[in-house]
Design a protein around this ligand. Structure first.
Ligand SMILES: [Zn+2]
Ligand SMILES: [Zn+2]
Length: 272
């Protein structure tokens, strides 16, 4: 058994931004404004996130998912509703099918679980309370607005969230240090990703740090440049990846300096 304190680890990024490590696997963020707080992703939902959040703020909570994968939407059932793009709604719903939940406990999140964790309840949880958001949507937290920037890439409905006030860009799994998975059935092509990265680059004066959903955080903003230059090189045929296998599908791996992409350019182009 792990206590809530052992399951989650809270790191203060700024006065208003907290990074919540979900048992060493993924990072959830809480952005506190003057009137509301925005919870960015919900982790696996094994730890009692709702209880933790109530200890971190008394503000009303708005929940948003960066994309529809199980390590980020698994805890949605602990909240009344969550915001997500329409393009990733199917992915989210799929995460609540019993088979996916069983897979998750077997492969991704083995115990010891926190004492409050109800395994059967978690396996049976269903979730449909989705509010759809689009590119440009603003979450009004009172003294600051957090803007949705669509970045179809790792999944079709992946988004970034721009907090101009704190000069922070939350990127989910679309921009992380280490491997960015673009070989998945739900992923978009490198061309699409590149177009989105250029849109992000045009806003680079509005953020100093990148806050991803896995591994090291915060990252420096120049990770965006590294990805643009690298993907342009791959698309121009100047460089190409080597074969790479993952449990979620095979692709070509190309490692840049801090980051890397696993992609399946041919397959993606065909399916576009
Ligand atoms: Zn993901
Ligand atoms: Zn993830």
């Amino acid at each position: 058994m792990k206590t809530k304190e052992q399951w989650f680890e809270v790191q203060e990024i700024t006065d208003d931004i907290l990074a919540i490590d979900d048992n060493g696997d993924n990072t959830i963020y809480l952005v506190r404004g003057s009137k509301r707080a925005l919870l960015i992703d919900t982790g696996w939902g094994i730890g009692d996130l709702k209880e933790l959040i109530s200890e971190l703020t008394e503000l009303p909570i708005v929940v948003v998912n960066t994309h529809g994968h199980p390590d980020h939407v698994g805890g949605a059932y602990q909240f009344d509703n969550v915001h997500i793009t329409k393009a990733d709604a199917k992915l989210l719903k799929g995460c609540f099918e019993r088979e996916s939940r069983e897979w998750a406990l077997e492969k991704a999140q083995r115990g010891p679980y926190p004492p409050q964790f109800d395994v059967e309840g978690w396996l049976e949880a269903d979730y449909n309370n989705l509010i759809f958001i689009k590119d440009g949507h603003q979450f009004d937290l009172g003294d600051k607005n957090i803007e949705v920037i669509a970045l179809p890439s790792h999944s079709a409905g992946s988004i970034c969230l721009l907090d101009k006030e704190d000069k922070a860009l939350f990127t989910g799994d679309a921009i992380v240090e280490g491997h960015i998975w673009l070989q998945l059935g739900s992923s978009k092509s490198l061309n699409t990703f590149l177009a989105g990265l250029k849109k992000i680059k045009s806003r680079i004066d509005e953020f100093d740090m990148v806050l991803p959903a896995h591994r090291r955080t915060p990252l420096e903003a120049d990770i965006v440049d590294e990805l643009i230059i690298g993907i342009e090189g791959v698309l121009a045929g100047e460089i190409s990846g080597k074969e790479h296998r993952t449990f979620a599908g095979d692709g070509l791996l190309y490692e840049f300096d801090k980051t890397a992409i696993v992609y399946d350019q041919e397959g993606r182009e065909k399916s576009k």
